[in-house]
Design a protein around this ligand. Structure first.
Ligand code: AMP
Length: 294
């Protein structure tokens, strides 16, 4: 007897991953993916909420994780004092229509202690620069915890902010290299009315530092403007930007660089799309931001 099921022959892991995502999308058939996932470290703000709202719009069920991951913090970083506010986060998630919040503890996610866990090492050319150079081991921690969470939650779509541009590039690469059957959805950076990129760490800024912090975004804008108006070449614009930030009282510049948006290779000349990325300490608070120039 002939079976009515059409058997699909699949020859590549990529094709299988896509087929699996499509199958789950098709279940019950309203066309939307079944499960959307937004991994966070909590202290939720409008930036997180824009990821969550997009997930709620696009997926039938949405899971948010809240976990401050010890493996991605260096010994002298702010793991202990990272803002934590589970009750407020839960109520924001509830209002946004999230179906489940997962809030595992370290013992559950790392049964054998974070340092003795099996780890994910991103490729050197994505990891050795920008934040990876300033925060050794940071992206090993990020990639490791994101893979763990993706394996537990098994979403069809996972949402990540472009605010953490290097993180997004590393996760996209990890998902592709490990054939993780998930679509990574990048979400644009959400800013305060004056342009400051929203961040959980902004709450630490004192009044004057909050004003100073805006220099990061302004510098990115002025690099973009100079390059797009042909006022100067990319290298000169970056140099002017570095000088501007280095000369701003209260700012300790870590980097201002232009990279290829996919490979993160450093770019000297503006010929195609580039992303300009900045990291600096404003007082004690470490901030990052970036802007695409296309
Ligand atoms: P975090 O809680 O800082 O680990 O961030 C969780 C997710 O929210 C990451 O994918 C971030 O890139 C994203 N995110 C954080 N701040 C913003 C923002 N201002 N705009 C868009 N996405 C953001």
């Amino acid at each position: 007897m002939k079976s009515s099921t059409e058997t699909r022959l699949i020859k590549t892991p990529e094709e299988f991953c896509k087929w699996r995502c499509d199958q789950e999308t098709a279940v019950d058939g309203d066309g939307r993916p079944f499960l959307g996932f937004v991994p966070t470290m909590g202290a939720l703000h409008e930036g997180h909420l824009s990821l969550i709202r997009q997930a709620v719009k696009e997926c039938r069920k949405v899971v948010v994780s809240i976990f401050v991951n010890p493996l991605q913090f260096g010994p002298n970083e702010d793991f202990e004092k990272y803002p934590r506010n589970l009750q407020a986060d839960l109520s924001l998630c509830e209002k946004a229509g999230v179906h489940a919040v997962v809030n595992f503890n370290t013992q559950e996610l790392y049964p054998h202690h974070p340092e003795r866990s099996t780890k994910v090492f991103p490729p050197e050319e994505l990891e050795d620069r920008l934040c990876g150079a300033v925060r050794p081991g940071h992206f090993v921690g990020v990639a490791t915890v994101v893979l763990k969470l993706l394996m537990i939650v098994q979403p069809q779509q996972a949402y990540f902010g472009q605010k953490d541009f290097q993180q997004l590039a590393i996760i996209q690469r990890m998902v592709s290299d490990f054939f993780v059957p998930v679509r990574v959805v990048p979400v644009p950076t959400v800013r305060e009315a004056d342009g400051l990129a929203m961040s959980s760490r902004n709450v630490y800024l004192k009044a004057q530092e909050r004003i100073t912090a805006l220099e990061l975004y302004r510098t990115l804008c002025s690099v973009r403007e100079d390059v797009l108006n042909g006022k100067s070449n990319l290298q000169d614009s970056l140099k002017a930007g570095r000088d501007r930030l280095a000369g701003t009282p209260g700012v300790t510049l870590q980097y201002l660089e232009a990279c290829d948006p996919e490979s993160l290779a450093f770019i000297n000349d503006f010929k195609g799309p580039v992303v300009v990325l900045v990291a600096a300490r404003v007082g004690e608070v470490r901030l990052i931001d970036n802007l695409l120039i296309t």
